[in-house]
Design a protein around this ligand. Sequence first.
Ligand SMILES: N[C@@H](CCC[C@H](N)C(=O)O)C(=O)O
Length: 282
Amino acid sequence: MEFTKGHGTGNDFVILPDPDGALDLSPDLVAAICDRRRGIGADGVLRVVRAARHPEGVALAGEAEWFMDYWNSDGSFAEMCGNGARVFVRYLLETGSAAPSGAALPVATRAGVVRARVEGEGVAVEMRHPRLYDTSTATLGHLTLAGTAVDVGNPHLVCPLPAGLELTALDLTRPPEVDTAVFPAGVNVEFTAPGEPVDGTDRHVRMRVYERGSAETLSCGTGACAVAAVALRDAHRDTGVVAVDVPGGRLTVTVTGDSCWLSGPATLVATGHLTRPALSRP
Ligand SMILES: N[C@@H](CCC[C@H](N)C(=O)O)C(=O)O
C-alpha cells in the first residue's frame, strides 16, 4: 500500500491513494497506521477516493471529482477536517490528480463540498460557515470552563481561559469531561487566550485543542474556524480576519457574511510503502 505523509501546521496525516475505493480500510488498520511507535504515526488518515466510488461521496460526484475520506487516529470517522482538506488539496495538485487552475478546486467531504485555492506555500479552504448554537462546559481536573458550542460541519466547544490562567498550564493528557447530552457524538474542545495584535487582522487568538478521536493535536482547522467565530461574536462583529495561533503555527480565518476561509501552510513530507504485517499490533 503506497502512502504519503503530510501536515498542516503540525496536524499530520497519512494519505492513502485509493481512487477506485478498493482498499479494505478498517478502524483497526487506521489506528495501527496512526500509532506513533508501531505504525507511521499521524493524527488521522486521508483516503483519496473518487467521489463516484465512495458510498458517501457518490451524491456529490457531480460537483467534485475527489472525496476526502477522513478518519481520526483512533479509527473513528469525522464529518470534516479543515487541515486535512488543505493537505488533501496539496496532495491532489502535487500528484497531478487535479490540475492547477485559477478556479477554486471542489473537494467532497462528509460535511458537503468545500472549495480550495492555492495561496503561495499555503492552501485556503472555504469551510462551512460556523454556527454558534449552545453553551456548555468542559472540565479538566478541578477546572470547569464555560464555552460556546459551534458547528463547523463537526462539533466544537470553544472555552476561553479566565485572565491569569495560561494555555501552557492546562493538562491535556486526558480528555476534558463534557456534557454528553449537548454533544452526543463527542466534541472537539478548544481552549483559548487572547494574543497581541497582528497586522492585517481584526483579532488574534491563541489556542490549544483536544480533538475527538485524536487527543491533543498541534492544530485543528475546523477548531480555528470555531475559535474565530467566537472571537468575532465577543467583539460584536459578524465579519473579520482572525489570526489563530496553534502550537504548530498560525492559521488565518476570514469570515464574511456568507463564507469562512481557512488558510495556512500545507506540506507533504514523505512517501513510502506500507506493509500490513508490519502494522500488526499485540
Ligand atoms: N484536525 C481536524 C479535525 C479532525 C476531526 C475531529 N477530530 C473530529 O472528530 O471532529 C481539522 O483540522 O479540522
